[in-house]
Write a protein that binds this ligand. Structure first.
Ligand SMILES: [Zn+2]
Ligand SMILES: [Zn+2]
Length: 245
């Protein structure tokens, strides 16, 4: 009866406030889907085959294996996965979330996450940590988009999501336009861990919006590992990269 009532209310709301696509703002076909069919079909989901460690896609083959970079050098994290490839639609939604405070994309990201196979690759996390913002940037923006993403992607995780363990102690300039080496230098000693006893021997999942070179999440994983956590995995909404042949 309750469900029936809900359906009637939703239908009524749709009549007066027609649902619109979170990306193109045109009328959406289905009020339960945040993106219209056209926008959704343009997204490229990260799917096998990809690198077993960093999650980078391969354009051919069937089996997952380590990519050349992961064979040559080792990350501080154990595994990284992204939901979709970084492209215009996702870039627009993330930009709105970060700079205009629009929460419109959050429902879309939650929906994409439900359609993504990469979630099955991740271990069960004891703790979910958003990549932190420096306090100055947090005050300017008013929220940490990675924390909103963590809550949105894991709506039932509740007490597992912590924003009082990993902190950014230096207000690093924007990473945009920097090379991998410059990014690593920029981020050196940028993060600290508080309440180290809470992470000892635990499986940690770090959440961020974009995986570009991986420097940020790698630096976070490094400080967490030094403080004794067992495993660090990464989940980002998207990955900015060329798909390898
Ligand atoms: Zn659309
Ligand atoms: Zn790799």
């Amino acid at each position: 009866m309750k469900e029936k009532f809900k359906t009637v209310i939703t239908a009524g709301l749709d009549l007066f406030f027609p649902p619109f696509c979170a990306s193109c703002r045109k009328a959406a076909e289905d009020s339960n889907r945040p993106l219209c069919g056209k926008c959704f079909s343009q997204l490229k989901f990260m799917k096998t085959p990809y690198c077993t460690c960093c999650g980078r896609s391969f354009s051919s083959g069937h089996e997952n294996h380590l990519c050349g970079d992961c064979l040559k050098s080792s990350w501080n994290f154990d595994r990284a996965r992204s939901i979709v490839v970084y492209e215009d639609i996702i870039a627009g939604l993330i930009h709105e979330l970060k700079y205009s405070g629009s929460m419109c994309g959050l429902k879309a990201f939650q929906d994409l996450s439900r359609h993504s196979p990469v979630r099955d690759d991740l271990s069960t996390a004891d703790l979910i940590l958003p990549v932190p913002l420096h306090i100055k940037r947090l005050r300017q923006r008013g929220f940490n988009q990675a924390l909103l993403l963590a809550k949105s992607l894991f709506p039932d995780a509740g007490a597992k999501i912590h924003y009082d363990i990993l902190f950014r102690q230096t207000n690093t300039p924007t990473q945009t336009g920097l090379s991998g080496r410059e990014r690593r230098k920029n981020l050196k000693n940028a993060f600290i861990v508080k309440k180290a006893s809470e992470i000892s021997g635990r499986n940690i999942l770090i959440i961020d919006d974009v995986f570009t070179t991986g420097s940020t999440v790698n630096e976070c994983a490094g400080v967490l590992k030094k403080k004794g956590c067992k495993r660090v995995e990464i989940l980002t909404i998207c990955r900015a990269e060329k798909i390898l042949p």
